[in-house]
Design a protein around this ligand. Structure first.
Ligand code: SF4
Ligand code: SF4
Length: 124
């Protein structure tokens, strides 16, 4: 599956995946360590910025970058490509209540190439 943007995801209807009884996240963190864009749209930016107590403008300037394909903004990454919001010690997302759709949808309705070699959830 190719990388998707928000409009693609919305066409799929994302809640079905999140509710799947077959999906059991093993909290391995591989999807957060993945070296690829975590895309955010305007609504997601507003929600994450508010959660962090920042203005949306400040959040965009300090915590996002333009994705390589220039189709969207993406959350800032660490030098190793992992998401800046992944807390490795706690194995959790620092913005979990407002994390982007892409993260909510993984791996049932949004995937990156080779995801099945990394994800420990066992869902195929
Ligand atoms: S926003 Fe949260 S769930 Fe999404 S990749 Fe970053 S740490 Fe993982
Ligand atoms: S890669 Fe799969 S098992 Fe690991 S945290 Fe992400 S969804 Fe959960």
């Amino acid at each position: 599956m190719e990388y998707l943007i928000r409009e693609d995801v919305d066409k799929m209807g994302f809640l079905g995946m999140a509710m799947s009884s077959e999906f059991k996240c093993a909290r391995c963190g591989a999807c957060c360590e993945w070296e690829g864009p975590v895309r955010v749209d305007a609504d997601e930016i507003d929600a994450i910025a508010a959660y962090l107590g920042m203005t949306s403008e400040d959040f965009v300037a300090k915590r996002t970058v333009l994705a390589e394909d220039r189709r969207s903004l993406s959350l800032m990454e660490r030098p190793d490509g992992s998401c800046e919001f992944y807390d490795r010690d706690a194995k959790s997302c620092l913005i979990n209540p407002v994390k982007p759709r892409q993260c909510v949808l993984f791996p049932l309705q949004w995937r990156f190439p080779g995801w099945e070699r990394l994800c420990a959830c066992g869902y195929l």
